[in-house]
Design a protein around this ligand. Sequence first.
Ligand code: MN3
Length: 198
Amino acid sequence: MSFKLPNLPYPYNALEPHIDARTMEIHHSKHHNAYTDNLNKAIAGKPEDSMSIEDICKNISKYSPAIRNNGGGYFNHCMFWEIMSPNGGGAPIGALADAINAAFGSFETMKEQFAAAGATRFGSGWAWLCKTNEGLKICSTANQDNPLMDISDCKGTPILCLDVWEHAYYLNYQNRRPDYISAFWNVVNWDEVARRFA
Ligand code: MN3
C-alpha cells in the first residue's frame, strides 16, 4: 500500500466554530480514508504504485478514471488539512502578500474572487489559488480534479484550496455554501500557504 491517510495536524474539534468536529471527523476518517484506500486499490501492481502523488496527477491523462478521482481526492485533502490551522486567519505578509496585490490589486479582491470561484462551482469541486508563470491565478475544478493535472484547464502550482463538496460543510451549513466559504478565512494557515508559494 503506497499511500497512507495522513493524521490531521490538529484535533477534529480544533477548527470550531468555523468547521465543526463531526464534519472534520467524517471528512477525514471516512471520505479521505476512502479516497486513499481506493487509490491504493487502483494502483496495486502497476508502475504508479511507486510514483509520488504529484507525478501521478501531472500525468493523469494516462491513467484510469479511478486513479483520477481517488488520486485527486488523496492529494487535494492532504493539502486541504495543511492549509488550515486553529491559529489561522488574518492576512498574508511578505512576498506572498506582494504577489496577491500584484495579481488582484488587494487581499480583499483576491478573497472575493476566490469565494466566487467556490460559490459558483456547480455541483462538487474545489476552489484554488495557484502560482503560475504569469503570477497568481484563481480557478475552480470539478469533482477531485486539481491544477496539477495535465487535463486541467486551470494549471499551476496550488498554494491554497477549498473543498466545496457538500460533505465539507452540509452538517453545519446545509445549503449555505457562501457562509462556509466566509468562515474558511478564519482558519487559513497563511504560513503554510506562504511556504507553498516560496
Ligand atoms: Mn472532501
